[in-house]
Design a protein around this ligand. Structure first.
Ligand code: FES
Length: 384
């Protein structure tokens, strides 16, 4: 018997509530970052939940016990009802976080969101200088706007939380990036090496840093951390290293359907933001209530537990720690999401990760080799 065959009444008792709810409000975005984790064919999904439908999702999530709420996209700021949704989130008792590029933000909006009850804002940057930042973002004015909005967020009394996606075209800037964050008086800086899903997977060869680049960056972060500590700075640097250089997979999403529930712009409910591409039928909040989706839908039960695991995960003494790794990564690298995550050195498909590392060591790719995330390019990926 697989986990998928277990009767709903049995499953329901084993699964805790979705503590994290991610509301992907829209796939619309003014930027074109080539490492975006949105689906390649996002332009195929034009429909978006209405304000009332999102509010109902938030209500149902909170009733089930969700405590953390992320507003993301696309760029969530393009939704004109964002302040309303924030207000509802506060009313319901969520701790809410806005994940934004800062494009479309104004000081007045920051104040409005604060008043509506938003708890946290994370502003993303592409690089430490305007030239590279704007080239990667596909926008000539992005960098100045981001600087202004990072300052506005701090002035409003929020902690300044900055996010940089790190890849082979900006990893050499590590010191400059941290310098910039220090000058801005950031409180938290997430230096997140690119994860290869969606557009980032499409662009992996042109984005993945070499091992040498990675080690140099790690050393730079470590010594900057020591300098910050010595100077009494409270800025926290979080360096998220790429799992393609690990020998064991990450416990992706803390296990499938264990904590995280993502709702895509059109209401499709997903166990992670990338799962939409998998050959699995995922439910939609317009047709099914969130409780049924979470506890009883085949999509959310598909990879719960470990009875679905083939070898080598099935008999692995580490399976309780990493749950076999990432299903989306297994699918992208092997064509079968049931397989062990090829990041694991025990996986029979680990050679694909080793090949990616070798390719990164010898790559000569430039920005001109990147496929930018925009509607025109997305249309090329429409499935018939
Ligand atoms: Fe989907 Fe890891 S990103 S399971």
């Amino acid at each position: 018997m697989t986990h998928r065959d277990i009767a709903p009444e049995q499953r329901s008792t084993e699964v805790g509530p979705p503590l994290w709810l991610l509301a992907e409000l829209t796939y619309r975005c003014p930027l074109q970052c080539p490492y975006c984790s949105n689906p390649l064919d996002f332009a195929h999904t034009q429909t978006e939940l209405s304000t009332e439908q999102w509010m109902e999702v938030l209500r149902q999530g909170r009733e089930m016990g969700a405590a953390q709420l992320g507003f993301s996209g696309g760029e969530p700021l393009v939704r004109q009802d964002l302040a309303e949704l924030i207000g509802e989130a506060r009313h319901l008792g969520y701790y809410s976080n806005l994940i934004t590029s800062g494009i479309g933000l104004t000081k007045a909006k920051v104040d409005t969101f604060l008043e509506a009850g938003l708890d946290h804002i994370q502003v993303s940057f592409q690089a430490s200088d305007s030239e590279l930042n704007n080239a990667l973002a596909g926008s000539r004015k992005a960098f100045e706007q981001k600087l202004a909005m990072a300052r506005a967020v701090k002035e409003a009394g929020y902690p300044m939380v900055l996010n940089f996606v790190i890849h082979r075209h900006n990893i050499h800037q590590m010191n400059d990036i941290i310098d910039l964050c220090d000058r801005l008086d950031a409180d938290y800086v997430e230096l997140a090496t690119c994860q290869y899903y969606g557009w980032a997977f499409r662009n992996r060869e042109a984005l993945m840093p070499s091992k040498t680049q990675l080690l140099t960056a790690e050393t730079a972060v470590k010594s900057y951390r020591e300098r910050l500590a010595a100077s009494g700075s409270r800025m926290k640097l979080i360096f998220v290293t790429p799992d393609y250089y690990e020998e064991r997979p990450k416990a992706c999403m803390n296990g499938w359907g264990s904590l995280f529930l993502t709702v895509a712009p059109d209401g499709t409910a997903l166990p992670c933001h990338s799962a939409r591409m998998l050959p699995i039928d995922f439910p939609n909040v317009c047709e099914t209530d969130l409780r049924t989706i979470w506890y009883d839908s085949p999509g959310f039960n598909h990879y719960r537990g470990d009875s679905w695991m083939p070898e080598p995960c099935r008999s692995c003494d580490e399976k309780a720690r990493d749950f076999g790794g990432c299903r989306c990564q297994a699918y992208l690298l092997t064509g079968n999401a049931d397989n062990a995550d090829p990041v694991c050195s025990k996986s029979p498909h680990h050679d694909r990760v080793l090949a990616a590392r070798r390719a990164a060591d010898h790559a000569t790719t430039g920005l001109e080799d990147l496929t930018y995330r925009n509607t025109e390019n997305s249309r090329l990926f429409f499935r018939s």
